[in-house]
Design a protein around this ligand. Structure first.
Ligand code: NAP
Ligand code: GLV
Length: 311
């Protein structure tokens, strides 16, 4: 009997994920969730958000897979089964997409592209100077799957790279800092700050006025992690004072970002619609199928979330 995997997600994802499993993992009985259908034969579930009505009906469940890297939305669901493994998404295309986004935005802030746009808008041939990458310091909060890969790419481009994590790390040509005690040393001199932390009780609201004040004046902020990391009310004053010179936000406390949100009108605040990177259906299907095979063979699952840590 094939293991049954239930996919819970938007209808826009049905065709791509169904095709990916059919092509790459025919050994898995892939099923798209439809309301009212019996779920008592489902062994695995691939989900992204809270779904409180569903869990009690999944009586044969062996493991829960998260369709994304960040599991905060699933963990926020009090009805998520606590006794089953929760597996986060780690797959090369998700990592590649995030590395591309971080590089794109770091280069955008490094070269202060908004100054070029302003000059072009009034047909002005203005001198535009910016430091060499080796005179620019970029700090990455979170040195996990995504942060470590982004740091390596920035090193390749010649930037001075610092990184901050919970436990001590050693990465080639990255000045590594760990824990709250070393956060001030990490922030000092960081001209472009990139957040790639998981959202946990410890990291909630970490991007706040107190933290901004420890960066050099005019620093750039790039948040590609979760909206909950940023104290939204602290950003406009920090930008008005020039403490934060520019920012790119991909994630927000409320998504989609409401039409009347003040961020839309904030000068030098660039918004992307939570699409820094997404799980690739083919790569994701392959990864989940390998994990199901491990579980069926009695082998331990990989990338299991530590519920106590929250990531
Ligand atoms: P990961 O592999 O679990 O890495 C998390 C990193 O954060 C680790 O280095 C960890 O430290 C560090 N960390 C966790 N708590 C910390 C704390 N309290 N203080 C300091 N460092 C802390 O996660 P990932 O796969 O890189 O993903 C990171 C996040 O990116 C996800 O959780 C998700 O929210 C976000 N994301 C966003 C998008 C998007 O499109 N915007 C796409 C994918 C992911 P240790 O190494 O010491 O454990
Ligand atoms: C996207 O936000 C993810 O966590 O994969």
């Amino acid at each position: 009997m094939k293991p049954v995997l239930l996919f819970v997600g938007g209808e826009d994802l049905e065709a791509s994920w169904t095709a990916a499993f059919a092509e790459l993992a025919p050994e898995v009985a892939f099923r798209f969730h439809r309301p009212g259908v019996d779920l008592s034969d489902v062994h695995y579930c691939l989900a992204w958000k809270a779904m409180p009505d569903l869990w009690p009906r999944l009586t044969a469940l062996k493991a829960v897979f998260c369709r994304g890297a960040g599991v905060d939305r699933l963990l926020a669901d009090p009805s998520l089964p606590r006794d089953l493994p929760l597996v986060r998404m780690v797959e090369p295309e998700l990592t590649r997409g995030m590395v591309e986004y971080v590089l794109w935005q770091c280069l955008f802030h490094h070269r202060r592209v908004w100054e070029l746009e302003a000059a072009q808008s009034c047909a002005a041939w203005r001198p535009h100077v910016y430091p060499a990458p080796w005179d620019r310091t970029i700090g990455i909060m979170g040195l996990g799957e995504l942060g470590a890969a982004a740091a390596a790419k920035l090193v390749e481009f010649g930037f001075k790279v610092k990184g901050w994590s919970r436990s001590p790390k050693s990465l080639p040509q990255v000045a590594c800092f760990a824990g709250r005690d070393q956060l001030p040393a990490f922030l000092a001199g960081t001209e472009i700050l990139v957040c790639l932390l998981p959202l946990t009780p410890e990291t909630h609201g970490i991007l706040n006025a107190e933290l901004f004040a420890q960066l050099p004046k005019g620093a750039s902020l790039i948040n590609a992690a979760r909206g909950g990391h940023l104290v939204e009310a602290d950003l406009p004053p920090a930008m008005a004072s020039g403490q934060i010179g520019a920012a790119t936000l991909d994630v927000f406390a409320t998504e989609p970002l409401p039409e009347d949100h003040p961020f839309w009108a904030q000068e030098r605040l660039y918004i992307t619609p939570h699409n820094a990177s997404d799980t690739d259906p083919r790569s994701g299907a392959w990864r989940v199928a390998r994990q199901i095979a491990r579980c069926e063979a009695g082998e331990p699952l990989e990338d299991v979330v530590d519920r106590a840590r929250g990531y």
